[in-house]
Design a protein around this ligand. Structure first.
Ligand code: GLU
Length: 464
């Protein structure tokens, strides 16, 4: 049979008990009771609690110090009104959030998401994930997340600027280079960070570059930051294959999404010799058997800010499937890079049937719990987002390093650091999974490795 079957044969399906440790059941119950009607947050906590049995067994002092309880409770949550005036002169009111989840390892760090789906549950789930992700990078970063239910779609440049200014008029008092360092996420890119930074500077009267990351290159931004999440995801998938004695080179790859993460995951997969045959947006997906034409995709998505059907107008060999899901396509590597819960059990079944070898999450929690179960049962290697997409926040930490030393690194130097960090993250997850007796289980590896780093720092600080 072909190389796909050969590599599949080598993959041992990780055997791990997904039963929650009975000692952690009351913690989950408390989280559910304290945070009613927050399903995404409950799910993110449950997924971690189900997998940290190995370190809890080894380190009973964590239980005595109530570290699991403490890690599940955000240090601080800020919810605020964001009033602004639209182009018609009407007053609009949105809600702003910043959840400073855990600062044991460094200033709170994590993106801002502007999307109508944003609520307390989404911000808390993202903040909780961020704590472990940031710990895995090995860099001095706490975890947090924020955003607003503001929908930037269809808004003018001026409206976006006014919204960002109003948002920062409250947020500034909660952030700072040693306190909390926001960045971008869905709906917040370099343009929005510019407006946010401009208002922060104006209010504080300080050119404090380290207070925000994802800045433009001309005003304190870092090279590779824009590409970092997508590049890092491709590198992580490559490491997963390398650990199996294989490579992403010559593999077929599908990517969901066509935003920042997806575009640069595609770019790096192509540079590593893989062929990306499909990508998607909320309107459907594109199948391009010859491999995605990246300059055309960038033109459509980054310059024209148009829908994906525009891509096939310029590319005769490609087809657009309106309303379809890109996971229908047979590919050896799948990189979900759009948003949470976008890949369900049915999608996972198709991936398994079509011989997928690796799924690595470029987005945060894009695979449902059911999908992960199906992928694991089908022998597919699974790289969870908190490890696979950590390249973005890691490069934010590199931006903070450059800001602190008023330096500016070259693209190559920055990318070399990113590669090193992604390899280290892979190594930590891989080793931890081995130690836990579940080789190849990157979920157990990532959750335990991240947890230990945060817990050990908290233990050292006493009950604070
Ligand atoms: N929003 C990104 C993430 O989910 C990046 C956060 C950052 O750079 O602070 O990790």
């Amino acid at each position: 049979m072909n190389i796909v079957a050969r590599v599949s044969d080598e993959i041992e399906t990780p055997q791990v008990s997904m039963e929650i440790d009975p000692r952690l059941v009351p913690v989950l119950e408390t989280v559910r009771r304290r945070n009613p009607a927050e399903p995404e947050f409950h799910e993110a906590v449950e997924r971690v609690l189900r997998t940290i049995g190995p370190v809890i067994d080894k380190r009973p002092e964590y239980l005595e110090a109530k570290l699991v309880e403490r890690i599940c409770e955000p240090e601080r949550q800020v919810i605020f009104r964001v009033p602004w005036i639209d182009d018609e002169g009407r007053v609009q009111v949105n809600r702003g959030y910043r959840v400073e989840f855990n600062g044991a390892l460094g200033p709170f760090k994590g993106g801002l998401r502007f999307d109508p789906s944003v609520n307390s549950s989404i911000v808390k789930f993202l903040g909780f994930e961020q704590v472990f992700k940031n710990a895995l990078t090995g860099l001095p970063l706490g975890g947090g997340k924020g955003g607003s239910d503001f929908d930037p779609k269809g808004r003018s440049e001026n409206e976006i600027m006014r919204f960002c200014q109003s948002f920062m008029t409250e947020l500034w008092r909660h952030i700072g280079e040693y306190t909390d360092v926001p960045a971008g996420d869905i709906g917040v890119g370099e343009r929005e960070i510019g407006y946010l930074f401009g208002q922060y500077r104006r209010i504080t009267n300080r050119y404090e570059s380290g207070a925000l990351t994802g800045k433009g290159l001309g005003w304190g931004g870092a090279r590779v930051r824009r590409e970092a999440t997508g590049y890092g995801t491709a590198y992580f998938a490559q490491e997963m294959l390398r650990a199996k004695g294989s490579s992403i080179c010559d593999r077929t790859v599908t990517v969901s999404g066509s935003g920042n993460v997806a575009i640069y995951a595609i770019e790096k997969v192509q540079q590593l010799g893989g062929t990306v045959i499909g990508c998607s947006d909320s309107g459907g997906y594109v199948h391009d058997p010859d491999g995605i034409d990246l300059p055309l995709l960038k033109q459509v998505k980054e310059v024209d800010r148009a829908r994906l059907d525009r891509y096939v107008q310029e590319r005769p060999g490609a087809r657009h499937v309106a309303g379809g899901r890109v996971w229908e396509l047979a590919a050896e590597v799948a990189l979900p890079c759009a948003t949470q819960n976008e890949l369900d059990e049915e999608d996972a079944r198709k991936l398994v049937e079509n011989g997928a070898l690796v799924v690595a999450e470029g987005a945060n929690m894009p695979c449902t719990a059911g999908a992960i179960g199906t992928l694991r049962a089908g022998g597919v290697l699974f790289g969870p987002g908190k490890a696979a997409n950590a390249g973005g926040v890691a490069t934010s930490a590199l931006e903070m390093q450059q800001n602190a030393s008023r330096d500016s690194w070259t693209f190559d130097h920055t990318e070399a650091r990113l590669v090193e960090i992604m390899r280290d993250i892979h190594h930590s997850c891989y080793e931890m999974a081995e130690q836990a007796g579940v080789p190849g289980d990157y979920i157990v590896g990532a959750n335990n490795a991240g947890f230990v780093r945060v817990a050990d720092a908290m233990l050292a600080f006493g009950v604070v």
